[in-house]
Every structure is written in structure tokens, then in C-alpha cells.
Design a protein around this ligand. Structure first.
Ligand code: ZN
Length: 134
């Protein structure tokens, strides 16, 4: 089930586009890998070590159920945002489409950030992420 923006905001403390991107990425990955939530999936996040990009990680924990407490999500340094999901021997890599990165760079205020968060939430994930399954 899709996590609502309210639930996400309650957990994270504020609503922003990176949080929403994490929500969408986790849901998309469970679908593509036909994985259950919480267990059996491992998440590796590259290039999201600073705010606001790191807000992505909270969205990912909520949607994929992989958490720091269980140790099945980890973050790594990286120049580009790259989210890798592992299930058994399958590997799914998600990256953000350039058009989405451009939108994120254009944010100038708190209000714009909330608006983009809401807009992304309603978008089809295939318009946001490029993916590679191997
Ligand atoms: Zn945040």
C-alpha cells in the first residue's frame, strides 16, 4: 500500500521532494523485484549523504521497510544519486531522470519545495526514475 504524505510527514517531520522520491523509489523497487516489504530486500543509497538529499533515506525506509535498525539499508558516498536494491541475486538500480534533477535544482523556497513534493507524489514513477534490472 502506498504510504500517504501525511504518514511520511509525521515520521520525517516535514514534507519535501526528496522524502517523496524515497517513498516512490521504495514502492517501485518492491514492485519490480516482486519483493515483500521489510525483509528479504537490501537497499544501498549512493550520493545522498547530506540534507536535503539524505531525506530520501527516510522515504526509502518507510516504503521498502528496509531500516537502519534491521541493518538492511546503508548509505554510501557518491557523486550521483543511485539507489540499489538487492533481492536474492537480483539487482535493481534506480537513478533520477535529468528533468527531475533540474526541477529539484530550481527550488527556491520552502513553499516550492512542498509543491514539488506533492506534484512528484502524483506522478508515475516511470517518469521520475530510470532503472536497470540485472
Ligand atoms: Zn527532509
Amino acid at each position: 500500500m502506498k504510504i500517504s504524505l501525511k504518514e511520511a510527514e509525521k515520521f520525517h517531520g516535514h514534507l519535501g521532494p526528496w522524502l517523496v522520491l524515497g517513498l516512490l523509489a521504495g514502492s517501485l523497487a518492491l514492485k519490480k523485484l516482486k519483493s515483500k516489504k521489510y525483509f528479504g530486500i537490501e537497499v544501498r543509497v549512493f550520493g545522498a549523504d547530506r540534507k536535503p538529499k539524505s531525506c530520501l533515506i527516510d522515504g526509502l525506509q518507510l516504503s521498502s521497510g528496509a531500516t537502519y535498525g534491521k541493518g538492511n539499508i546503508k548509505k554510501f558516498k557518491g557523486k550521483k544519486i543511485n539507489i540499489v536494491f538487492l533481492k536474492n541475486k537480483q539487482k535493481l538500480t534506480l537513478t533520477l531522470k535529468d528533468i527531475i534533477l533540474e526541477k529539484l535544482l530550481q527550488i527556491k523556497s520552502h513553499r516550492e519545495s512542498e509543491l514539488l513534493a506533492k506534484r512528484l507524489y502524483r506522478m508515475d514513477s516511470n517518469q521520475i526514475f530510470d532503472f536497470k534490472l540485472s
